[in-house]
Design a binder for this molecule. Structure first.
Ligand code: XMP
Length: 316
């Protein structure tokens, strides 16, 4: 009899038998959050969660993540402020794949430092789901809640961590049900998927503090207006991108040369293909007005009307 309550009891029971401290990197996404909460239920403060703030998340998201873990769940949680590290590594970099590579490597650096300095840890927890397990060719077995092998995720071998993957029997919709049972705020598990490299793939060209700020504040307006109009839950992803293109606007009786923001809203089933969302013109107008009024230095707002293929969902 496979109920989610039954799964939780049995996973907690199995995890409570392990020895040693567990390190869990959390992103604020549902998988790592649920993995951490199951382990926390089983071993309390022997679980240490670390969240690397790379400065590339959505507006105020790092504060929401910290508050959720510390206040809602009383988890041993550390936020590593690596914003300046990431920004300086990304300085001058315009190529999308180089940006991804730099972000991945810097994450491993910061995470490894934490593991080395705050340990010793015996286990590394990961929010791996069943579809990831099939993809990697490992079969699903009855004792699969705890599976240990070495050197996963690009971490150095000498850390010598065993892998703890409490979600490896589950599909995404099952993880959502467990999140609900464990009391994860609805806002978190109803939120759109967000790329690992964060706003670096929504900022065209070099990532600068100014472009980050524009993308964050304008994307918040897009999200808020979609929520208010009931569209948020119906679309796959929605955000505001920004690059280096500028266009002239008028403020009072002065001409002002400001940034162009590109709104991207798409429908999709699995992100392999995507169609641009036919939002009502009135809604687009409202979003545009709010962005030019509320986001400093933005003079024009455009709407991306390319589907995938030939475009992709993210511009970088
Ligand atoms: P594209 O832009 O390729 O995106 O159509 C497809 C889906 O993947 C997400 N995405 C990423 N996710 N690392 C990630 O974890 C990445 O480098 C990355 N690039 C794109 C994107 O948000 C969309 O859901």
């Amino acid at each position: 009899d496979w109920t989610m309550e039954g799964f939780i009891d049995s996973a907690v029971n199995k995890i409570s038998k392990i020895e040693g401290d567990v390190l869990c990197g959390v992103s604020g996404g549902i998988d790592s959050t649920v993995a951490a909460l199951l382990i926390h239920k089983a071993i309390g403060n022997r679980l240490k969660c670390v969240f690397v703030n790379n400065g590339l998340l959505r507006l105020n998201e790092e504060i929401e993540i910290k508050e959720m873990f510390e206040k809602n769940f009383n988890v041993n949680f550390t936020m590593v402020d690596a914003v300046q590290d990431f920004l300086s590594k990304l300085k001058g970099i315009e190529d999308p794949e180089r940006k991804r590579k730099i972000i991945g490597e810097e994450f491993i650096n910061v995470f490894t430092d934490f593991a080395k300095n705050k340990g010793p840890f015996k286990w590394l927890a990961q929010g791996t789901l069943y579809p990831d397990v099939i993809e990697s060719g490992v079969s699903k077995g009855p004792a699969a809640v705890i599976k240990s092998h070495h050197n996963v995720g690009g971490l150095p071998d000498w850390l010598d961590l065993e892998i703890l993957e409490p979600l490896r029997e589950l599909y995404k919709d099952e993880v959502r049900k467990i999140a609900k049972i464990l009391g994860v705020p609805e806002k978190l598990f109803m939120r759109h998927p967000f790329p690992g490299p964060g706003l670096a793939v929504r900022i065209i060209g070099e990532v600068t503090p100014k472009k980050l700020q524009i993308s964050k504040v304008a994307s918040k307006i897009v999200e808020d207006e979609l929520i208010a109009s009931g569209f948020y839950g119906k679309v796959w992803q929605a955000y505001a991108a920004v690059g280096d293109d500028k266009a002239v606007g008028v403020v009072g009786d002065e001409r002002k040369y400001g940034n162009i923001v590109m709104i991207r809203v798409v429908d999709s089933i699995d992100a392999m293909t995507a169609d641009w969302t036919r939002l009502p013109h009135e809604l687009l107008e409202k979003i545009s007005n709010r962005i030019t009024n509320e986001v400093e230095d933005v003079t024009w707002v455009t709407y991306a009307i390319s589907s995938k293929p030939p475009a992709t969902i993210e511009p970088q």
